[in-house]
Design a protein around this ligand. Sequence first.
Ligand code: ATP
Ligand code: MG
Length: 406
Amino acid sequence: MIPDLILIRFGEHTIKGRNRGQFEKRMIQQIRTVLAPYSSASISRSYGRIYITLNGEPYAPIAGRLKDIFGIGSFSPVKRADNMLEAIQAVSLEVMLGLPAEPATFKVSVRRVEKSFPHDSQQMNHLVGAHVLRAMPGLKVNVREPQVELRVEIQPEGTYIFSEVIEAAGGYPFATNGKAMLLLSGGIDSPVAGYLSMRKGLEIEAVHFYSYPFTSEQAKDKVIELTRTLAQYSGSPIKLHLIPFTDIQTALAQAKQDNLIITLMRRSMLRITQQLAEEAVALGVVTGDSLGQVASQTLSSMNVIGRSMELPLLRPLIMMDKDDIIRVAKRIGTYETSILPYEDCCTLFLPKSPSTNPNLNVVRKVESFVPELEEMEARAVAGKQTMEIAPEYKLGAQASGEDSWF
Ligand code: ATP
Ligand code: MG
């Protein structure tokens, strides 16, 4: 079956009546980006749904991209028929035969919006159902719990027929819930945290701390690659701030409080990120912390680390198991990059027994003995390099697809 249209349904944001207009507008923007290479396709809105009329453009690649657009709950490939019984019957059968697997049971649900159509919806249920059953003898009707529901909507301009419902990303349209900074390491967790934040409508700017020459150029490339993958889901470039952390890390190591070094480093990262957030007008900081996963992610550690700044810390993975996190990482395409071997700055300084229960007063005291910590943090902010990372699928299509430094 070659669909004529795609019917798009909204995700959870439909419950938020007040912002609905803004959300729809943003979603349509995202869909327009997807459709850019397919100039014959067009978008229209009606009764809380969005339709793409394909006008001969290919369904499969467009559907592949729609799946990843935040705010889309589900969509369906739709065939159009003229408002005549025989045409509707024939196309209904075509839709049923075009299903990926033949179902055992089905039901027909006709909605007659065009009241001048000669048969009412009840009669149409039977007329269409009987026609399909004649051609598909293995099929049975089950009105209560059908495997497939064949929907037939008789509209003034034509009849829309569909049965397949494809789940999409859901959530809120990108950038409809404010902006936050994402602490992005090269690991498995933080890219997933970034994806889940964007899915909830957050716009993100990524922040990565590197310790050249302790960390390699490849570690940086890895983070650029991860940001690029995330940008596929935002549909627009993501800013990545690269922060030189070598001096601070070296100074903190000289405090000779091995078991506190990770706590000290994380606090410093957050203080720096808070300054970056101010410039970016971001109101939160996202991390890939998951409760109890490592020493720095015990409740006690998170308490001491979180108190280094005032912005809300958002931890989308906090209650997730590693297996579930890995599953998401594989699905969104960050996993393969994350497991590349290059270490990030923290792994290198990992002590033998990092504290799982640091004491806030002790930590503050140690910090007060580190000479020029505040100045070094200000220098780190000043020394940042910011890249704008464009989503990969756009690079080929754009004349100047290079990443821009500024
Ligand atoms: P990840 O897989 O995201 O690295 P992790 O389980 O390895 O997480 P940690 O290394 O303890 O955990 O880091 C916890 C969080 O701190 C990360 O998820 C990330 O948000 C942040 N983080 C750690 N290292 C860096 C870094 N070099 N730059 C920016 N953020 C970092
Ligand atoms: Mg890590």
